[in-house]
Design a protein around this ligand. Structure first.
Ligand code: DGT
Ligand code: CA
Ligand code: CA
Ligand code: ZN
Length: 580
């Protein structure tokens, strides 16, 4: 089990303890342990057999070490299970609503027997909340809005969580002799920013008639299944802990391409493709492309042969949203989409001087190991006090340090000195111009006061990009996927101004941001903006998350030429807005 899952179980136990009005010290010890696990760079599952080693981690004592060992052994915590027999699992969902803490959950339970989001929704509709202490119309409205947002997001998962789940399952399936080709289809293959469920397709010797039954049994025996939903002739559906559903389909080789095409979607793309097939006298199903008149087989083993039979170039999955890709494929003018290997540097990352976990040197070595030619260190500024952001003096010192490390690297990689400068409430930047003048990469970002009215937020960001030293606008809409909506702003106006000024706009590839989104990226390109892609890494291990961002760039139809950090170091610097 990974650290994040272990931490989650400990956090949940702490919440349940708090709902049950347990001893505050006990509650705190669970929370502290959860935080320690979450931020530990050691994989706990690797040392779980050794209670002594576990206890070397600050925040983990003897009893927590035993708890972690229980989690490793059983996948859960006895205390959590015990509490869940007294309280309801739905209470953990209630805790995810904004403004809802364990105390309110306990109150709703005692006063109204509310133990789930659905019950809370009913209680609000029936006006029952108003009778509770400290429940004004404003609080009630906030809860109602929170439920609405929750329902919109619930049942969806971040792309990296979904991909990790898919990879684990695929590794398990590969161990079975004859499951030769295993591919995730659906929204994951299309690189969508979040995923509803996973659609995994399998083919090979084990999927032929007569043999497939034992392959189905093996799939249904996957140890991480918590809820087996269906087990059919060639399909297994189940849920993992955390709620992610996976549909696995086992298919004969001659219809694999048809199935891959069908289950990759999107639905809108498939509808348009099927209409095209019908116009040409074919029917397209998940089994094959066949002639309407005599039902004879035309294509099915590969996607390429199906698209070709329909007079189309093969369409990359990221484009399959019925946004003009079919016309482009017909006219042989699909773009040569940007690829992961095109990226030559990552120019937004943090170090342990602020809220990152590694040193400049460690970040540089990690970038080098990825094959990058350059990176930029861009730590936070002082307005972001909780990250230990730097003031002017410390920024200059940090920049000097960055240049020293670049020398130490002996020419193996370029390191640009930069900062992620906080945009203050009025749009001013958090560092003086004289300081900014000494940096290579100045990214400006909003990290506070997200609830401004649209006009004010737009003016604030416009003022920040007007600063002559601003070179990149970071994560422009501030959304956090499944957690926080974008702030209200007039994005087209901001993008237009960035294009005029030559300020590049960032695509922040960290999987809970992916900001700008695919649609906005397409707009940015149309408006003539320069575009960069960054991970905003706070740890060396975050750099690989760039691939999720590359998927978004591809979904926006971008090519290598549209993205500045596909260029060599000097060309990249020269392509940024010139310094005044
Ligand atoms: P998700 O799971 O919500 O992130 O999105 P998808 O695209 O993975 O959707 P899902 O899992 O419901 O279905 C996977 C693919 O299967 C979908 O992209 C297209 C295909 N598919 C499913 N149901 C239908 C349907 O009723 N009609 C057509 N044409 N295709 C379908
Ligand atoms: Ca799906
Ligand atoms: Ca599905
Ligand atoms: Zn930021």
């Amino acid at each position: 089990m990974d650290n994040r899952s272990i931490a989650q179980l400990l956090f949940e136990t702490a919440d349940l303890l708090e709902i049950s009005a347990a001893d505050p010290f006990r509650i705190r010890s669970y929370r502290r342990a959860a935080e320690a696990v979450e931020s530990s760079t050691i994989q706990l599952s690797e040392i779980a057999h050794d209670a002594k080693k576990l206890q070397e981690i600050p925040g983990i004592g003897k009893s927590m070490a035993a708890n972690i060992q229980d989690i490793e052994k059983t996948g859960t915590l006895p205390l959590r299970e015990e509490l869940l027999t007294k309280y309801r699992p739905g209470m953990l969902d209630l805790l995810r609503l904004p403004g809802m803490g364990p105390k309110s959950v306990a109150l709703f339970w005692e006063a109204l027997q509310v133990s789930s989001i659905a019950e809370l929704e009913t209680a609000i509709a029936e006006g029952k909340l108003a009778s509770l202490p400290r429940m004004g119309t404003k609080q009630i409205e906030k809860l109602r809005k929170g439920i609405e947002d929750y329902k919109k997001n619930s049942g969806r998962f971040l792309i990296d969580d979904a991909e990790i789940a898919a990879e684990k399952l695929i590794a398990y399936l590969r161990a079975f002799d004859g499951m030769d080709v295993i591919t995730p289809a659906g929204s994951l293959r299309r690189g969508r920013e979040t995923v509803g469920d996973l659609d995994i397709l399998v083919t090979g010797r084990a999927c032929t008639e007569g043999k497939v039954q034992s392959a189905v049994e093996y799939t249904a025996a996957y140890p991480l299944i918590v809820d087996l939903i269906a087990k059919g002739q060639n399909k297994v559906s189940f849920r993992l802990r955390g709620g992610l559903q996976i549909d696995v389909r086992l298919l004969p080789e001659n219809s694999y391409g048809a199935a891959l095409q069908y289950f990759t979607g999107s639905k809108m793309h498939n509808v348009a493709i099927r209409q095209r097939a019908l116009k040409r006298g074919y029917t397209l199903s998940e089994y094959s492309l066949a002639r309407v008149d005599d039902g004879s087989f035309v294509a099915g083993a590969t996607e390429e042969e199906i698209y070709a039979a329909l007079g189309l170039d093969w369409i990359p999955p990221e484009l399959r949203e019925n946004n003009g890709e079919i016309e482009a494929a017909e006219q042989h003018r699909l773009p040569a989409l940007i690829e992961l290997k095109d990226i030559r540097g990552d120019v937004h990352m943090h170090t342990n001087v602020t809220d990152g976990k590694n040193t400049i040197r460690e970040m540089a070595e990690a970038a080098l190991a990825r094959g990058y030619e350059y990176l930029a260190i861009t730590d936070h500024t002082k307005n972001l006090a909780m990250t230990f952001g730097l003031d002017d003096e410390r920024t200059i010192e940090h920049a000097r340090h960055i240049r020293e490390v670049e020398k130490e690297m002996g020419g193996r990689i370029r390191i640009f000195a930069g900062m992620e400068v906080d945009i203050l409430a009025n749009g001013q930047l958090d560092l003086a111009d004289e300081t900014l003048a000494q940096l290579d990469v100045v990214i400006v970002s909003v990290h506070s006061l997200f609830n401004m009215p649209e006009e004010e937020m737009t003016a604030r960001i416009l003022r920040a990009v007007e600063n002559p030293y601003t070179r990149i606008l970071g994560h422009a809409t501030g959304r956090l996927l499944l957690r926080r909506e974008a702030y209200k702003l007039n994005l087209p106006q901001i993008l237009r101004r960035c294009a005029e000024l030559g300020v590049a706009v960032e695509h922040n590839a960290y999987p809970d941001r992916l900001d700008l989104c695919d649609r906005d990226l397409r707009l940015a390109r149309e408006l003539g903006c320069k575009i960069v892609i960054n991970t905003d890494s706070h740890h060396t291990s975050h750099m690989e998350k760039i691939r999720y961002g590359v998927s978004q760039l591809r979904r926006a139809w971008l090519t290598r030429n549209d993205v500045l950090n596909t260029r060599p170091a000097n060309d990249f610097l020269a392509a940024l807005r010139p310094k005044p």
